[in-house]
Design a protein around this ligand. Structure first.
Ligand code: CAA
Ligand code: NAD
Length: 288
């Protein structure tokens, strides 16, 4: 049972991350069922994935035929009840503990395989908090992908005090052998390895803009040209989403009570104003 190969995946949410995770699974020849709350959101999620597959074709990463086949492997539903036969579910909804806990609680009663992997792509919420929303926390694990999912090769694997060895081995094998990702392990601490390092840096850059230390353009230019980063911290905050960066900062602050994780007022105001970055058309920069 444990070694049964994962061939049926469920992805919950078809925003930036859910769409990316669904895409890489479909490209890896896996049957993918994607949940969204409404048919309109499902249609938007499907278009997002198809646009990305088109990009894969135009950059020569996949053939037209692979694109077609990947598209065929993707189905959408607005009913979580359809996830009963899934061997792996990756939850990728908004970074909100209550919303995620409710989903894990519902999934718990739906997914029948006792060795199914119930994974969260949360950026920062301790996985144990989601595990305790279920009656079988041994099935719950963190599988943290990176944005854009088709491009970045990392998955952080986060096991809790309750995650079973079988589930963690199954998740690791899927990430590495099926998706071809590189895996690192993190303790179940808010932010895991990458965001514990990244988020204080992003918040520091926002504080620099806020205090007039340097312009956003110069901060981004400095890190691209001086540190060889692919993009500067303010452009990256726009890519991640300011709402998501704020929620990550809030959960890390709740966990560690360190000022370096506290969200600066400029970030709060921009989120309140709906300037949440690339996905909304504007954040620190504007997007066409
Ligand atoms: N889907 C599919 N492919 C994509 C893509 C997408 N959304 N975005 C870019 N690509 C591909 C392009 O097709 C292109 O492929 P080729 O080189 O084969 O043509 C390649 O990626 C580079 O893209 P571009 O030339 O368009 O642009 P770029 O060179 O400026 O790279 C970038 C864009 C990949 C986003 C790059 O700037 C980058 O890696 N930035 C840093 C991203 C990063 O740090 N992500 C982590 C965020 S933190 C996180 O994810 C965790 C969290 O919990 C918040
Ligand atoms: P997004 O804003 O693009 O998508 C949010 C998703 O959550 C959508 O599918 C939306 O329909 C759904 N959603 C919103 N409110 C909901 C509710 N009340 N009930 C159910 N579903 C709801 O966000 P994203 O960037 O895709 O982030 C999703 C998850 O992935 C978050 O946990 C985030 O922390 C994590 N993550 C994000 C990034 C990133 O760079 N954006 C990277 C790694 C992990």
């Amino acid at each position: 049972m444990t070694s049964e190969k994962i061939q049926r995946v469920g992805v919950i949410g078809a925003g930036q991350m859910g769409a990316g995770i669904a895409e890489v699974c479909a490209r890896a020849h896996v049957d993918v069922l994607v949940y969204e709350r409404t048919r309109e959101l499902s249609a938007a999620g499907r278009s997002r994935i198809l646009r990305s597959l088109d990009r894969g074709v135009s950059s020569g990463k996949i053939t037209e035929r692979e694109r077609e086949q990947a598209a065929w492997r993707l189905r959408f539903t607005t009913d979580l009840g359809d996830f009963a036969d899934r061997q792996l579910v990756v939850e990728a909804v908004v970074e909100d503990e209550k919303v995620k806990s409710d989903i894990f609680s519902e999934l718990d009663g739906v997914v029948t395989d006792p060795n199914a992997v119930l994974a969260s792509n949360t950026s920062s919420i301790p996985i144990m908090k989601l595990g305790i929303a279920t009656t079988k926390p041994e099935r719950v694990i963190g599988m943290h992908f990176f944005n854009p999912v088709p491009v970045l090769p990392l998955v952080e694997l986060v096991t809790t005090l309750k995650t079973s060895k079988a589930v963690s081995e199954r998740a690791e094998l899927f990430a590495s052998d099926v998706l071809g990702k590189q895996v690192v392990h993190s303790a179940d601490r808010s932010g895991f390895v990458v965001n514990a390092l990244l988020v204080p840096y992003l918040l520091s850059a926002i504080r620099m803009v806020e205090s007039g230390f340097a312009t956003k353009e110069d901060i981004d230019k400095a890190t691209v040209l001086g540190l060889a980063h692919p993009m500067g911290p303010l452009a990256l905050t726009d890519l991640v989403g300011l709402d998501t960066v704020k929620s990550i900062a809030d959960s890390m602050y709740e966990e560690f009570k360190e000022p370096l994780y506290s969200a600066p007022p400029l970030l709060l105001r921009m989120v309140e104003a709906g300037l949440v970055g690339k996905k909304s058309g504007a954040g620190f920069y504007e997007y066409g």
